[in-house]
Write a protein that binds this ligand. Structure first.
Ligand code: GAP
Length: 478
């Protein structure tokens, strides 16, 4: 079983401290979300899993952590200033601001703004909010967030203009030579980064699926120009599908989407999106999917664009501002070239949402009550073990439970809870995905043993306190 819809997760996330609507006491800030005590642990666990898989367990990947605010020139030469646009359409009646490419055009997906404009007139396209047909022509809206650098900066001073990054990738490209030379890397090798990105989305929504501030896990894999690029894209797709399975995602809820040429980003020659079934409640299967991540073949576009050497047909430098050449001398080939790039780009938040949806399940107890169980993979669970005293008015039991919790703390994330009856405490831990509850009872004082309850089966085992840490660690790896 998985969650029937995103709303089920929104409500669980708020009720149990995973994700809260941001700025709620001031009426909220459209589609911004704050991660609570359990949400931050889950996000950290996803990022740790990714870093371990992508960087530590491979021999060919290095990590970086670059600035969120980069020189404006980075975005000029990357093409984002000129092309990182969405077509913005206004509804003259309800004043709604709409993504032109997401309007309902029937079976045609318009390739560009000219076609969107034609179809709006020809098909008398309706505003999805109010049904009016009085829509403006699309105009390009740049999605990068602008800011001004420096205390004395005037709001209109172009020399102070900077952007919050809309992708972490550019921080990798501009550090390509730094990483390659300091780490003495030869091709192929990759550079990975996790960090926040910002896009002034016209229509954010669907909880943490599309927000203006989000987190990415990106890796740029640098290869020779004659590598089998398209095959490498397929290989990364396959590796990611397997990785998502280790996080608990069902293969049946994933599907691949070959992005058609007219929809490719300006830097891409091929992109395959891995889609997740975020909307299982929609009757038409085609509308159940949204992008979880994308794997793109970016060619040598970015390294070339940031280099000071390439020239146009008249010998004029294409990049007049860069002070370096990001080409690579291949000792084996005795050749200098701009490496080509395969880029798997995933979102932390979309991964977390898919994991929560997939882990959601319900079970009926022997009293006929329905309980929610979040069947998170143990490595992702925010809390690994909850230590619960059977009687909170018995100081010896409480003392023993607290001592057990402290003894587990150095090896795994454990909490102590005595704020309810044992049934309620179990239910709470099941709902937040804690794999094991450890109960200290009267007998424990005598036999130095505790009851370990399994989240998924509700089966209980008696375990000696002396063996508990090892027992839990072994079972967490199963
Ligand atoms: N560097 C390539 C790049 O940024 P993208 O497909 O635009 O490619 C990669 O973004 C991933 O980042 C997406 O697949 C998605 O998981 C995440 N992402 C993009 N925009 C997002 C948004 N507004 N809210 C949440 N996640 C987003």
């Amino acid at each position: 079983m998985s969650a029937p819809n995103i709303d089920t997760i929104v409500s669980l996330a708020k009720r149990r401290g995973f994700v809260f609507p941001s700025s709620e006491i001031y009426g909220g800030l459209g589609s911004a979300w704050d991660y609570g005590p359990l949400g931050v642990e889950l996000c950290n666990n996803v990022k740790q899993e990714w870093w371990r898989w992508m960087v530590h367990e491979r021999d060919d990947i290095e990590g970086v952590d670059s600035s969120i605010i980069l020189s404006r020139l980075v975005w000029q030469y990357s093409g984002h200033e000129a092309t990182f646009h969405d077509p913005l359409v206004d509804c003259r009646d309800c004043k709604g601001r709409l993504r032109g490419d997401k309007l309902d055009f029937g079976d045609e997906a318009p390739a560009d703004s000219n076609r969107i404009a034609e179809l709006i007139t020809q098909k008398r396209v309706k505003c999805p909010n109010c049904g009016s047909r009085d829509l403006t022509e699309p105009r390009p809206f740049n999605m990068m967030f602008r800011t001004m650098l420096g205390a004395a900066a005037d709001e209109n001073d172009p020399s102070a203009l900077a952007y919050l990054r809309p992708e972490t990738a550019q921080g990798i490209f501009i550090n390509f030579l730094n990483v390659q030379t300091t780490m003495r890397r030869k091709l192929p090798f990759g550079i990975a980064q996790i960090g926040k990105s910002f896009r002034n989305e016209i229509t954010p929504g669907n909880f943490i699926l599309r927000t203006r501030e989000f987190e990415q896990m990106e890796m740029e894999y640098f290869v020779r120009p004659d590598a089998e690029h398209l095959k490498l894209v397929d290989e990364w797709v396959e590796q990611y599908v397997e990785w998502f399975a280790t996080l608990g995602l069902d293969r049946g809820n994933l599907r691949l989407h070959e992005v058609p040429p007219e929809e490719l980003a300006h830097y891409s020659k091929r992109t395959v999106d891995i889609m997740y079934r975020y909307f299982p409640e929609r009757p038409e299967e085609e509308r159940q999917w949204e992008e979880l991540m994308g794997i793109a073949y970016r060619t040598d576009f970015d390294l070339r664009a940031h280099s000071n050497k390439p020239v146009d047909s008249e010998g004029k430098r294409l990049n007049a501002d860069s002070t370096d050449d990001l080409s690579f001398f291949d000792d084996a080939l005795k050749e200098r070239f701009y490496p080509h790039v395969i880029e798997p780009a995933a979102g932390v938040n979309r991964t977390v949402l898919a994991i929560l949806m997939e882990a959601y399940s319900e079970k009926t107890n022997d009293k006929g009550e329905t309980r929610v169980i979040l069947k998170l993979r143990p490595q992702l669970a925010p809390i690994k073990a909850a230590i619960l005293p059977l009687a909170k008015n018995k100081p010896e039991i409480v003392g023993m439970a607290k001592a057990i919790k402290r003894s587990l703390q150095p090896v795994l994330r454990a909490v102590y809870d005595d704020t309810g009856g044992i049934g309620k405490l179990y239910a709470r831990q099941d709902e937040i995905g804690t794999p094991f509850c450890v109960t200290v009872d009267h007998q424990s004082l005598e036999d130095e043993a505790v009851t370990v309850r399994d989240r998924d089966t509700w089966q209980q085992d008696r375990v000696k306190v002396a063996d508990l840490a090892e027992h839990l660690q072994t079972r967490l790896k199963e």
